[in-house]
Design a protein around this ligand. Structure first.
Ligand SMILES: [Fe+2]
Length: 408
Protein backbone atom coordinates (compact mmCIF):
# COMPACT_ATOMS: atom_id res chain seq x y z
CA UNK A 1 0.00 0.00 0.00
CA UNK A 2 1.35 3.41 -0.89
CA UNK A 3 0.80 6.45 1.25
CA UNK A 4 -0.85 9.12 -0.89
CA UNK A 5 -2.20 11.14 2.02
CA UNK A 6 -0.24 13.79 3.87
CA UNK A 7 -0.48 13.69 7.65
CA UNK A 8 -0.38 16.61 10.11
CA UNK A 9 3.23 15.73 10.90
CA UNK A 10 6.30 14.36 9.12
CA UNK A 11 6.12 10.82 10.45
CA UNK A 12 5.53 7.56 8.63
CA UNK A 13 2.53 5.43 9.55
CA UNK A 14 1.65 1.89 8.57
CA UNK A 15 -1.59 1.80 6.62
CA UNK A 16 -4.50 0.73 8.87
CA UNK A 17 -7.86 -0.76 8.00
CA UNK A 18 -11.03 1.06 9.04
CA UNK A 19 -13.92 -1.41 9.04
CA UNK A 20 -16.86 0.78 10.10
CA UNK A 21 -17.65 4.47 9.91
CA UNK A 22 -20.63 5.78 11.81
CA UNK A 23 -22.05 9.26 12.37
CA UNK A 24 -23.30 10.15 15.88
CA UNK A 25 -24.11 13.76 16.76
CA UNK A 26 -21.00 15.89 16.30
CA UNK A 27 -18.73 12.84 16.16
CA UNK A 28 -17.61 10.34 13.56
CA UNK A 29 -16.88 6.95 15.11
CA UNK A 30 -14.22 4.86 13.40
CA UNK A 31 -13.79 1.16 14.16
CA UNK A 32 -10.48 -0.35 13.09
CA UNK A 33 -9.80 -3.96 12.12
CA UNK A 34 -7.75 -4.55 15.28
CA UNK A 35 -10.68 -3.56 17.52
CA UNK A 36 -9.51 -0.06 18.34
CA UNK A 37 -12.01 2.76 18.10
CA UNK A 38 -11.74 6.51 17.60
CA UNK A 39 -14.46 9.08 18.25
CA UNK A 40 -13.47 12.04 16.12
CA UNK A 41 -15.20 15.40 16.52
CA UNK A 42 -16.24 17.15 13.30
CA UNK A 43 -14.11 20.21 14.04
CA UNK A 44 -11.07 18.08 14.89
CA UNK A 45 -11.42 16.27 11.57
CA UNK A 46 -11.59 19.65 9.84
CA UNK A 47 -8.31 20.63 11.53
CA UNK A 48 -6.75 17.31 10.55
CA UNK A 49 -7.10 17.68 6.78
CA UNK A 50 -3.71 18.80 5.53
CA UNK A 51 -5.15 20.83 2.65
CA UNK A 52 -7.94 23.39 2.54
CA UNK A 53 -6.39 25.95 4.86
CA UNK A 54 -6.52 23.92 8.08
CA UNK A 55 -3.03 22.43 8.20
CA UNK A 56 -0.11 23.91 6.31
CA UNK A 57 1.50 21.33 3.99
CA UNK A 58 4.92 22.91 4.51
CA UNK A 59 5.05 23.11 8.29
CA UNK A 60 2.29 20.56 9.03
CA UNK A 61 1.04 22.95 11.68
CA UNK A 62 -2.54 24.06 12.09
CA UNK A 63 -3.55 27.28 10.41
CA UNK A 64 -7.24 27.39 11.28
CA UNK A 65 -7.94 30.05 13.91
CA UNK A 66 -10.73 28.66 16.11
CA UNK A 67 -12.33 32.12 16.08
CA UNK A 68 -12.94 31.66 12.35
CA UNK A 69 -14.74 28.32 12.64
CA UNK A 70 -18.41 28.66 11.73
CA UNK A 71 -20.71 27.77 14.59
CA UNK A 72 -22.55 25.32 12.38
CA UNK A 73 -19.44 23.69 10.84
CA UNK A 74 -20.03 19.99 10.49
CA UNK A 75 -19.13 16.96 8.43
CA UNK A 76 -21.53 16.66 5.49
CA UNK A 77 -20.22 13.39 4.11
CA UNK A 78 -17.74 10.77 5.21
CA UNK A 79 -16.73 7.54 3.48
CA UNK A 80 -13.81 5.26 2.82
CA UNK A 81 -12.01 5.67 -0.48
CA UNK A 82 -11.08 2.59 -2.46
CA UNK A 83 -7.60 2.61 -0.86
CA UNK A 84 -9.04 2.86 2.67
CA UNK A 85 -8.34 6.56 3.29
CA UNK A 86 -11.06 8.50 5.05
CA UNK A 87 -12.69 10.98 2.65
CA UNK A 88 -14.45 13.80 4.45
CA UNK A 89 -16.43 16.82 3.23
CA UNK A 90 -17.47 19.73 5.40
CA UNK A 91 -20.28 22.26 5.43
CA UNK A 92 -17.85 25.11 4.68
CA UNK A 93 -17.26 23.58 1.24
CA UNK A 94 -13.88 22.04 2.02
CA UNK A 95 -12.99 18.39 1.62
CA UNK A 96 -10.00 16.15 2.00
CA UNK A 97 -8.55 12.72 2.67
CA UNK A 98 -7.15 11.59 6.02
CA UNK A 99 -4.56 8.83 6.44
CA UNK A 100 -6.14 5.83 8.23
CA UNK A 101 -2.81 4.91 9.84
CA UNK A 102 -2.55 8.39 11.30
CA UNK A 103 -6.10 8.10 12.65
CA UNK A 104 -5.20 4.67 14.04
CA UNK A 105 -2.20 6.06 15.96
CA UNK A 106 -4.63 8.41 17.73
CA UNK A 107 -7.11 5.56 18.35
CA UNK A 108 -4.31 3.56 19.98
CA UNK A 109 -3.10 6.54 22.04
CA UNK A 110 0.27 6.82 20.32
CA UNK A 111 -0.20 10.58 20.21
CA UNK A 112 -0.11 10.97 23.99
CA UNK A 113 2.72 12.57 25.91
CA UNK A 114 3.89 9.30 27.46
CA UNK A 115 3.88 7.47 24.15
CA UNK A 116 7.29 6.20 22.99
CA UNK A 117 8.61 6.60 26.52
CA UNK A 118 9.31 3.68 28.89
CA UNK A 119 7.18 3.12 31.99
CA UNK A 120 8.54 4.44 35.29
CA UNK A 121 10.36 1.74 37.28
CA UNK A 122 10.55 2.66 40.94
CA UNK A 123 13.67 1.29 42.65
CA UNK A 124 15.13 0.86 46.11
CA UNK A 125 18.49 -0.34 47.45
CA UNK A 126 17.29 -3.91 46.95
CA UNK A 127 16.78 -3.33 43.20
CA UNK A 128 20.45 -2.55 42.44
CA UNK A 129 23.50 -1.34 44.34
CA UNK A 130 24.93 0.79 41.54
CA UNK A 131 23.21 2.58 38.63
CA UNK A 132 22.42 0.65 35.43
CA UNK A 133 25.65 1.07 33.47
CA UNK A 134 26.45 1.46 29.78
CA UNK A 135 29.58 1.91 27.68
CA UNK A 136 30.00 5.65 27.11
CA UNK A 137 31.97 5.33 23.89
CA UNK A 138 29.24 3.13 22.39
CA UNK A 139 26.54 5.61 23.44
CA UNK A 140 28.48 8.44 21.82
CA UNK A 141 28.49 6.66 18.48
CA UNK A 142 25.44 4.39 18.25
CA UNK A 143 21.74 5.28 18.27
CA UNK A 144 20.64 1.89 19.63
CA UNK A 145 23.10 2.30 22.50
CA UNK A 146 21.91 5.86 23.11
CA UNK A 147 18.31 4.64 23.16
CA UNK A 148 19.13 1.93 25.71
CA UNK A 149 20.88 4.48 27.93
CA UNK A 150 18.02 7.00 27.72
CA UNK A 151 15.47 4.23 28.32
CA UNK A 152 17.20 3.51 31.64
CA UNK A 153 17.57 7.21 32.47
CA UNK A 154 13.84 7.76 31.94
CA UNK A 155 12.51 4.58 33.54
CA UNK A 156 14.81 4.30 36.59
CA UNK A 157 15.61 8.00 36.69
CA UNK A 158 19.30 7.12 36.76
CA UNK A 159 21.93 5.49 34.55
CA UNK A 160 25.70 5.58 34.29
CA UNK A 161 28.16 5.70 31.43
CA UNK A 162 31.75 4.56 31.71
CA UNK A 163 34.77 5.50 29.62
CA UNK A 164 33.47 8.96 28.74
CA UNK A 165 36.47 11.02 27.64
CA UNK A 166 37.36 14.02 29.75
CA UNK A 167 38.66 17.38 28.66
CA UNK A 168 38.33 18.16 24.98
CA UNK A 169 40.89 19.89 22.85
CA UNK A 170 40.76 21.93 19.69
CA UNK A 171 37.53 21.22 17.86
CA UNK A 172 36.82 18.14 19.99
CA UNK A 173 34.38 18.99 22.81
CA UNK A 174 34.73 17.55 26.28
CA UNK A 175 32.96 14.27 26.93
CA UNK A 176 30.06 15.74 28.89
CA UNK A 177 29.29 18.19 26.08
CA UNK A 178 29.49 15.35 23.58
CA UNK A 179 26.95 13.28 25.51
CA UNK A 180 24.50 16.14 26.01
CA UNK A 181 24.90 17.22 22.37
CA UNK A 182 23.72 13.73 21.41
CA UNK A 183 20.51 14.41 23.35
CA UNK A 184 19.53 18.06 22.94
CA UNK A 185 20.05 21.57 24.24
CA UNK A 186 21.65 21.93 27.65
CA UNK A 187 19.90 24.07 30.24
CA UNK A 188 22.19 26.81 31.37
CA UNK A 189 21.79 28.39 34.80
CA UNK A 190 23.63 30.99 36.85
CA UNK A 191 26.18 28.24 37.48
CA UNK A 192 26.88 28.20 33.75
CA UNK A 193 26.34 25.78 30.89
CA UNK A 194 28.81 23.20 32.18
CA UNK A 195 30.15 23.73 35.66
CA UNK A 196 32.79 22.34 37.97
CA UNK A 197 32.34 20.52 41.25
CA UNK A 198 35.70 20.86 42.93
CA UNK A 199 36.58 21.59 46.55
CA UNK A 200 39.19 24.22 45.76
CA UNK A 201 36.65 26.61 44.19
CA UNK A 202 36.07 29.05 47.05
CA UNK A 203 36.09 32.52 45.56
CA UNK A 204 33.14 32.44 43.22
CA UNK A 205 30.03 34.45 43.99
CA UNK A 206 28.04 31.58 42.48
CA UNK A 207 29.73 29.13 44.81
CA UNK A 208 27.76 26.45 46.59
CA UNK A 209 28.30 23.86 49.28
CA UNK A 210 28.98 21.37 46.46
CA UNK A 211 32.43 22.94 46.12
CA UNK A 212 33.70 21.71 49.47
CA UNK A 213 34.55 18.42 51.10
CA UNK A 214 31.39 18.51 53.16
CA UNK A 215 28.85 15.72 53.19
CA UNK A 216 25.81 16.58 51.12
CA UNK A 217 22.60 14.99 52.30
CA UNK A 218 20.03 13.71 49.79
CA UNK A 219 18.73 16.60 47.74
CA UNK A 220 17.53 17.88 44.40
CA UNK A 221 19.15 20.86 42.67
CA UNK A 222 17.63 24.28 42.08
CA UNK A 223 14.25 24.04 43.79
CA UNK A 224 14.51 27.83 43.64
CA UNK A 225 13.17 27.64 40.08
CA UNK A 226 9.54 27.42 38.96
CA UNK A 227 10.62 24.35 37.00
CA UNK A 228 13.84 22.86 38.39
CA UNK A 229 16.16 21.27 35.81
CA UNK A 230 14.83 17.92 34.63
CA UNK A 231 18.02 15.89 34.39
CA UNK A 232 21.49 16.38 35.80
CA UNK A 233 24.67 14.86 34.43
CA UNK A 234 27.82 14.55 36.53
CA UNK A 235 31.01 13.50 34.81
CA UNK A 236 34.12 12.54 36.77
CA UNK A 237 37.38 13.86 35.35
CA UNK A 238 39.53 12.91 38.31
CA UNK A 239 39.05 11.34 41.72
CA UNK A 240 41.94 10.47 44.00
CA UNK A 241 40.37 11.22 47.38
CA UNK A 242 39.23 8.51 49.77
CA UNK A 243 35.53 8.77 50.57
CA UNK A 244 33.26 11.18 48.75
CA UNK A 245 31.08 8.35 47.50
CA UNK A 246 28.02 9.35 45.55
CA UNK A 247 24.67 8.66 47.25
CA UNK A 248 21.39 8.29 45.38
CA UNK A 249 17.85 7.30 46.28
CA UNK A 250 14.69 7.12 44.22
CA UNK A 251 12.43 9.89 45.47
CA UNK A 252 9.51 8.17 43.74
CA UNK A 253 10.04 5.17 46.04
CA UNK A 254 10.20 7.41 49.11
CA UNK A 255 7.01 9.19 48.02
CA UNK A 256 5.21 5.88 47.45
CA UNK A 257 6.34 4.63 50.86
CA UNK A 258 5.13 7.77 52.63
CA UNK A 259 1.78 7.71 50.85
CA UNK A 260 1.18 4.12 51.93
CA UNK A 261 2.77 4.06 55.38
CA UNK A 262 2.91 7.61 56.75
CA UNK A 263 -0.04 9.51 55.25
CA UNK A 264 0.21 12.45 57.67
CA UNK A 265 3.81 13.10 56.61
CA UNK A 266 2.82 12.64 52.97
CA UNK A 267 -0.02 15.12 53.35
CA UNK A 268 2.26 17.74 54.88
CA UNK A 269 4.96 17.30 52.25
CA UNK A 270 2.54 17.49 49.33
CA UNK A 271 0.48 20.48 50.49
CA UNK A 272 2.59 22.83 52.64
CA UNK A 273 4.71 25.32 50.71
CA UNK A 274 8.20 26.59 51.42
CA UNK A 275 10.01 29.51 49.82
CA UNK A 276 13.22 28.29 48.20
CA UNK A 277 15.63 31.17 47.82
CA UNK A 278 18.94 31.52 46.02
CA UNK A 279 21.26 33.55 48.22
CA UNK A 280 23.78 34.59 45.58
CA UNK A 281 24.87 38.24 45.55
CA UNK A 282 24.17 38.55 41.84
CA UNK A 283 20.88 36.70 41.50
CA UNK A 284 17.54 36.50 43.25
CA UNK A 285 15.82 33.29 42.27
CA UNK A 286 12.81 32.29 44.37
CA UNK A 287 9.99 29.84 44.15
CA UNK A 288 7.40 28.65 46.59
CA UNK A 289 6.14 25.09 46.49
CA UNK A 290 5.72 21.89 48.44
CA UNK A 291 8.66 19.55 48.94
CA UNK A 292 6.74 16.88 47.03
CA UNK A 293 5.04 18.57 44.10
CA UNK A 294 2.71 16.10 42.40
CA UNK A 295 1.70 18.63 39.73
CA UNK A 296 -1.17 17.96 37.40
CA UNK A 297 -2.19 14.35 36.67
CA UNK A 298 0.30 12.85 34.25
CA UNK A 299 3.05 15.40 34.87
CA UNK A 300 6.44 14.35 36.24
CA UNK A 301 7.07 14.29 39.96
CA UNK A 302 8.99 17.31 41.26
CA UNK A 303 10.78 16.97 44.58
CA UNK A 304 12.08 20.19 46.10
CA UNK A 305 14.58 19.06 48.68
CA UNK A 306 17.67 21.16 49.14
CA UNK A 307 17.94 22.47 52.66
CA UNK A 308 20.72 24.98 51.87
CA UNK A 309 18.19 26.98 49.82
CA UNK A 310 14.96 26.12 51.68
CA UNK A 311 14.51 29.49 53.30
CA UNK A 312 11.08 30.32 54.70
CA UNK A 313 7.88 28.48 55.61
CA UNK A 314 5.14 29.77 53.29
CA UNK A 315 2.21 28.48 55.27
CA UNK A 316 -0.03 29.24 58.22
CA UNK A 317 2.15 29.30 61.38
CA UNK A 318 -0.01 26.58 62.86
CA UNK A 319 1.31 24.22 60.15
CA UNK A 320 5.01 25.00 60.61
CA UNK A 321 5.75 22.41 63.34
CA UNK A 322 4.37 19.51 61.32
CA UNK A 323 6.03 20.86 58.16
CA UNK A 324 9.43 20.74 59.86
CA UNK A 325 8.84 17.25 61.23
CA UNK A 326 7.73 16.07 57.79
CA UNK A 327 10.84 17.62 56.20
CA UNK A 328 13.02 15.85 58.75
CA UNK A 329 11.29 12.54 58.05
CA UNK A 330 11.69 12.97 54.29
CA UNK A 331 15.42 13.59 54.54
CA UNK A 332 15.79 10.68 56.96
CA UNK A 333 14.16 8.36 54.46
CA UNK A 334 16.21 9.75 51.59
CA UNK A 335 19.35 8.54 53.38
CA UNK A 336 17.76 5.35 54.72
CA UNK A 337 19.70 2.20 53.68
CA UNK A 338 16.44 0.72 52.38
CA UNK A 339 16.31 3.41 49.71
CA UNK A 340 19.83 4.78 49.27
CA UNK A 341 22.64 3.33 47.19
CA UNK A 342 26.28 4.41 47.36
CA UNK A 343 29.11 4.01 44.88
CA UNK A 344 32.44 5.66 44.05
CA UNK A 345 33.04 7.97 41.13
CA UNK A 346 35.82 6.81 38.84
CA UNK A 347 37.47 8.91 36.16
CA UNK A 348 35.37 8.58 33.01
CA UNK A 349 32.14 7.81 34.85
CA UNK A 350 29.16 9.94 33.87
CA UNK A 351 25.98 9.59 35.92
CA UNK A 352 22.74 11.00 34.52
CA UNK A 353 19.75 11.26 36.80
CA UNK A 354 16.31 12.83 37.02
CA UNK A 355 16.99 15.87 39.17
CA UNK A 356 13.31 16.27 40.04
CA UNK A 357 12.84 12.64 41.08
CA UNK A 358 16.14 11.13 42.28
CA UNK A 359 17.75 12.47 45.45
CA UNK A 360 21.50 12.81 45.22
CA UNK A 361 24.22 13.50 47.74
CA UNK A 362 27.71 12.45 48.71
CA UNK A 363 29.83 11.40 51.63
CA UNK A 364 32.31 13.83 53.13
CA UNK A 365 35.92 13.69 51.97
CA UNK A 366 39.20 15.38 52.79
CA UNK A 367 40.10 17.69 49.89
CA UNK A 368 43.62 17.99 51.26
CA UNK A 369 44.67 14.47 50.30
CA UNK A 370 43.78 14.37 46.62
CA UNK A 371 41.63 15.79 43.83
CA UNK A 372 37.96 15.15 43.24
CA UNK A 373 36.88 16.96 40.10
CA UNK A 374 33.44 16.54 38.58
CA UNK A 375 31.88 18.44 35.71
CA UNK A 376 28.14 18.93 35.70
CA UNK A 377 25.36 20.05 33.42
CA UNK A 378 21.57 20.09 33.25
CA UNK A 379 19.22 19.17 30.46
CA UNK A 380 15.47 19.45 30.74
CA UNK A 381 12.98 16.61 30.58
CA UNK A 382 11.63 17.96 27.28
CA UNK A 383 14.97 17.49 25.52
CA UNK A 384 15.54 13.95 26.78
CA UNK A 385 11.95 12.84 26.13
CA UNK A 386 12.01 14.31 22.62
CA UNK A 387 15.25 12.53 21.74
CA UNK A 388 14.04 9.24 23.17
CA UNK A 389 10.69 9.45 21.33
CA UNK A 390 12.49 10.00 18.03
CA UNK A 391 14.84 7.07 18.69
CA UNK A 392 11.96 4.83 19.79
CA UNK A 393 9.77 5.77 16.83
CA UNK A 394 12.62 4.94 14.48
CA UNK A 395 13.25 1.67 16.31
CA UNK A 396 9.56 0.70 16.17
CA UNK A 397 9.16 1.59 12.51
CA UNK A 398 12.11 -0.63 11.65
CA UNK A 399 10.52 -3.53 13.48
CA UNK A 400 7.09 -2.88 11.97
CA UNK A 401 8.43 -2.96 8.45
CA UNK A 402 10.49 -6.07 9.21
CA UNK A 403 7.73 -8.08 10.84
CA UNK A 404 4.70 -6.85 8.95
CA UNK A 405 6.16 -6.03 5.60
CA UNK A 406 3.93 -2.98 5.54
CA UNK A 407 5.13 0.52 4.85
CA UNK A 408 3.07 3.64 4.60
FE1 LIG B 1 23.44 18.75 43.90
Amino acid sequence: MTNTVDTPDFYTYPWATIEYVERSGEFITLDFKDGSRLQAHDWWLRESVVTDGACDPTTREGTLDPADIADDLQVTSVELDSDGALAVAFSDGTAGRIHPGWLHHVATHRHRVDSHLPPIKVWTASTFSEPPTFNGRAVLSGDEELKAFLDAVCSYGIARLTKVPGEGSGSVPEGLASVTDRIGVRRSTNFGDIWNVKAEIRDNSENSSANSGLRLGPHTDLPTRETPPGFQLLHCWENSVPGGWSRMSDGAAVVAYLKAEEPDVYQALTTLNWVFFNRSREHDHRWSGPMIDLGLPGSPLTIRAFYPVRAFPDMDPVDVPRAYRAAKRFHQLGADPRFEIGYPFRAGDLVAFDNRRVLHGRDAFDPGVGVRHLRGSYIDHDEVYSRLRVLTRHHESQHQSFFEGVSA
